[in-house]
Design a protein around this ligand. Sequence first.
Ligand code: PEP
Length: 248
Amino acid sequence: MTKYVIGNWKLNPATLTEATTLAHAIKKMADNAGCHVGCTPSFVHLAAVSEILSGSKAWAGVQDVCAFGATGAFTGDVSAAQATDLGAKFAIIGHSERRQYHGEDNALLAKKISQTIEHGLVVVLCIGETKDEYEHGKTLAVLDTQLAVLDGLGVPQEKLLIAYEPVWAIGTGLTPTVFEVANTHRHIKAALANKELDEICVLYGGSVNDKNAAEFASCDVVDGALVGGASLKAESFSVIVQAFEKSA
Ligand code: PEP
């Protein structure tokens, strides 16, 4: 199975020049890569990054979409329709920072997923437990609750990727063991199969870097990585891409 390595640039970089420089590097690495490579610039950089990546194998995506419509009176929002128009191929939905800082819950995320699918983008749905939930053995129950957002939405298999991102591993340098990730991914895949979604790639995210990528990539149920901090430097992102292409 071809794996996915996706960079989540978050609110980075500070300038358009830095964003386009990184995009040129990603274009180069994606065209030679044996896995799918993508990045999610901030909305203000999307048009420029998308233009650079057009005609290459790399995907540009967005970090969020408006829940309520393609256009209209939604101040501050950017819609899936607008992202599609600028060449985006996918949208990250339900990232833990959106859940934490913007109070996004399943009801709102269901609307965002519907908008994303309606406008032809692939959904990268992020799920993951907090440190407290992890320590109290609640991880799988939390993931089941988060995955319930998919119920009744009729998301086509080919339009969905899941990113398992323990909240406590994001940006901390901490990670679960690969053994733990493997067990969790097996659980996620079984839960998806119960929803008749049995061919979904499950990516791991949370402090993946150039040192630990090979270990995660060697696990047969880790179908790729969602990478934050280490995706902002072409050198480290390229090592991660190579780790996953070797294991594909
Ligand atoms: C993320 O925010 O999706 C992420 C995985 O961040 P980091 O790689 O920096 O932990």
